[in-house]
Design a protein around this ligand. Structure first.
Ligand code: TXA
Ligand code: MG
Length: 362
């Protein structure tokens, strides 16, 4: 894409259980020629380019409107491919790879010189992930290129969990979109920095701290990855994952979260709704199945049952994105449990709300 000129984006729908060869041949050709192909992974849709071609990587930044200091994750199809990106794989990393690859875990290593600065945002390290999604793996394997891929959304918007979200953001900006249906997990991979001791979680995800510690012992968490209030990190703290510093996952409307005991949260949300409506604002509510009946109005959305954190994760970005299709001015949301995978869900919710979190227990 040059000077923001529109291109025709090829759309190909394929079935995970019937990997049509011609689609991969076409996509592989585009990738080898330095083009952009969006594809499903088990976490969210990715926007792929040849990771070892810095001109191709640069196109990703242009298509997403992404700040150039925000590095990309390199996706590989075989564990062997890791050696093309780094020479420093410590035993702890080997244990995690054995346990969690292929899957939603990204590991950070010192990079080889062959990995261009255009892919790593000028950092001396490289983030690597081996996805488990069949379409993602077949694309990497058959194209013969290692694929740099951020989430396939316009910078700042919620990540895409369905092909139609990618189409909304990227149609005319990329060469091809492979539609493989809805993704399974719905939240981006856990990122762990393996260049520090002890290893450090830079972004929480489906693979939790407990799961990592069970394999390799103590793991730390970057302040920016667990803070829920801006004062806990300070306005000027630089997150270790550069992407964590940007406004992210955010809906267009003002989004405010409420935590505390269930009755207090419900009461405060109802009160706030009335207050906003009194000044002419349109209000939406994000709740759970357990509290759905406590609220009234046109835009009350449940993100799932509190008993099923996987369901909540899978619905999260779609719910935020759908609000952008409405004329809602303010979204009031309930918090969810921070246990296990809940840590990652809350991390995304808090970031989407720009740290606007009200404690109703007073
Ligand atoms: O699940 C995922 O990880 C998805 C799918 C497509 O694989 N990808 C994804 O990429 O979430 P992206 O670009 O949206 O987020 C990558 C994050 C950013 O916060 C970036 O700053 C961080 O990874 N990152 C990448 N390379 C890094 C490095 N060398 N050091 C520290 N952080 C890094
Ligand atoms: Mg992203």
């Amino acid at each position: 894409m040059q000077n923001g000129a529109k291109m025709d984006t090829i759309l190909k729908k394929i079935d995970e259980d019937n990997l049509e060869k011609t689609v991969f041949e076409e996509a592989g050709k585009i990738l080898r020629n330095g083009g952009l192909v969006a594809f499903p992974t088990e976490t969210v849709y990715g926007l792929g380019a040849d990771a070892l071609n810095s001109e191709a990587a640069a196109k990703i930044y242009a298509a997403k409107g992404r700040p150039s200091d925000n590095p990309l994750i390199v996706h590989i199809a075989e564990k062997e491919d890791l050696k093309r990106l780094t020479t420093s794989i410590l035993s702890e990393a080997e244990v995690l790879i054995e346990a969690f690859w292929p899957g939603p875990l990204t590991l950070i290593f010192h990079k080889r010189a062959e990995v261009p600065d255009g892919t790593t945002g000028g950092l001396s390290t490289v983030a690597v992930r081996m996805p488990s999604h069949k379409i993602a793996r077949e694309l990497i394997r058959s194209s013969g290129v290692l694929i740099a891929a951020p989430s396939a959304n316009l910078s700042g918007r919620p990540s895409p969990t369905e092909a139609k979200h990618v189409w909304q953001d990227m149609q005319g900006r990329i060469d091809m979109l492979i539609d493989g249906g809805k993704v399974g997990i719905g939240i981006e991979s856990t990122i762990v920095d393996m260049t520090v001791n002890p290893p450090m979680i830079l972004r929480p995800g489906y693979i939790t701290r407990e799961m990592l510690e069970e394999k390799i012992g103590p793991v730390e968490v970057d302040k920016a990855a667990q803070a829920e209030r801006i004062f806990e990190i300070g306005e000027n703290y630089q997150p270790k994952a550069p992407g964590m510093k940007y406004r992210h996952y955010a809906p267009r409307a003002d989004f405010i979260m409420f935590e505390g005991s269930r009755p207090n949260v419900v009461a405060e949300i109802q009160k706030r709704k009335q207050k906003e409506e009194a000044v002419g604002k349109k209000v939406g509510i994000i709740c759970t199945d357990e509290s759905r009946d406590c609220y009234f109005g046109e835009y009350v959305v449940s993100i799932g049952s509190r008993k099923n954190e996987k369901e909540i994760a899978a619905n999260l970005y779609k719910t935020l994105r759908n609000f952008d299709e409405t004329d809602i001015d303010v979204i009031l949301g309930e918090t969810v449990s921070r246990d296990g995978f809940g840590q990652a869900i809350m991390n995304r919710l808090i970031k989407a709300a720009g740290y606007k979190l009200i404690n109703t227990d007073g």
